[in-house]
Ligand binder design. Structure first.
Ligand code: DAH
Length: 375
């Protein structure tokens, strides 16, 4: 084993020569001073203080020196590194202060600018369509009636001739809020209304005929939210009670409505159906407003809106069942009436090609904005 190299001179180690250390230090200080932003300073920091920087490499050489030379070389390198780090810190603070000052100026918000930079919002198309429908009927002398969304079971079902064993009463369709108290005959359960038809009953109980009301409103059914179902949706209900009203009046009213909403040339057709609260009852369809029937039997020009049927199903209607009139204290010998009800979401879907009902409930302004700022 050879003895330690007592005569080893650090000056002989190139990287540890005082003028070399001096040069490394002044190059580092010059690089920091030359950095004009924080990114440049970060690169200079890596180059001059990082693990492979000249000063770090020189520092590693110290370990190989004989003990008497270590202190001197260590002091020299240590001082140089201290000055470099200090200079880095000072420059870092300067550049940060410069950046903060610049950001304050560049990103300043002029609160005195006019408002036109604020995007105009839009009313929900369900609201505007619903108001359009109301307008059509208000122009014909109807008044708008409202009822509560939390409704008594009697008004939602019984008074509409929907017997307690009717399928619509089962848990599948209805959100039950409160059940009827046992043994109390007058007590009825409470539900979230499953349709706007109870407003017919409320209107008849509140007012004397003749009666012409339209009721738009929110209704609830225990459906899962998907592209074509939503547990909360909107319906429009119409009720007319007067002397001598017939199904011809109902048909004329429906035709007028579809022309007012979809344009001239539109018409409706009635198909026999059953509803407990109307007799006779019908399903009402309107001419497909996209193809106007042209797609029927024409495979070359299929229509997605009506599945090439030529007709779109709107909702239900009929002559008010005399049992319903009687339950509401209206004399069926003297008065007759017609009613209809349909869903506004469905109408919005085929009127505006909305393909997914979820778009209507998510509240994303990108959905509502294209409908414009209709008042
Ligand atoms: N209430 C029915 C429903 O929600 C729709 C309806 C059908 C309303 C016939 C009516 C009517 O006024 O006469 O399915």
């Amino acid at each position: 084993m050879s003895a330690p190299n007592k005569s080893y001179d650090p000056v002989e180690v190139e990287a540890l020569k005082p003028e070399e250390i001096e040069r490394m230090q002044s190059e580092a200080l010059a690089a920091f001073a030359a950095a004009t932003d924080l990114d440049e300073l970060a690169s200079a920091k890596t180059a001059h203080t990082g693990g492979t920087s000249p000063l770090a490499l020189a520092n590693r050489e110290i370990g190989a020196l004989p003990p008497h030379a270590k202190a001197d070389a260590g002091k020299r390198v240590g001082q140089a590194r201290g000055r470099v780090n200090q200079a880095l810190k000072v420059r870092q603070e300067e550049l940060e202060a410069e950046r903060d000052a610049r950001v304050l100026v560049e990103e300043a918000v002029d609160v005195t600018l006019p408002y036109d930079r604020v995007q105009a919002g839009a009313r929900h198309p369900l609201t505007t369509l619903s108001e359009r429908i109301e307008d059509v009927f208000v122009a014909m002398g109807y008044s708008v009636a409202e009822g509560p969304e939390v409704e008594s079971e009697w008004l939602n079902f019984d008074a509409l001739n929907i017997a307690p064993d009717h399928p619509a009463r089962t848990m599948q369709d209805t959100f039950f809020v409160e059940s009827a108290a046992d043994g109390d005959e007058k007590q009825t359960g409470v539900v979230l209304r499953t349709h706007t038809s109870p407003v017919q009953i409320r209107s008849m109980l509140d007012r004397e005929p003749p009666l012409y009301v339209i009721c738009p409103g929110r209704v609830y059914r225990t459906d899962e939210l998907d592209a074509t179902h939503t547990p909360v949706f909107n319906q429009v209900e119409l009720l007319a009670i007067d002397e001598g009203l017939t199904m011809a009046d109902l048909k004329g009213t429906l035709d007028h409505m579809v022309r007012a909403l979809f344009g001239e040339g539109m018409e409706t057709r009635l198909r026999p159906n059953y509803f407990p609260f109307t007799e006779p009852s019908a399903e009402m369809d309107m001419v497909c407003y996209v193809c106007r029937g042209a797609s029927v039997g024409n495979p070359d020009a299929p229509c997605r809106t009506c599945s090439s049927e030529g007709w779109i199903e709107l909702g239900g209607c009929g002559m008010v069942n005399p049992r319903v009139l009687t339950a509401c204290g209206v004399d069926p010998e003297k008065y007759s009436g017609f009613a209809f009800g349909f869903g506004i979401e469905r109408m919005l879907m085929f009127r505006h090609n909305v393909e997914d009902m979820r778009d209507m409930v998510e509240g994303d302004v990108r959905f509502t904005r294209p409908f414009g700022m209709e008042i």
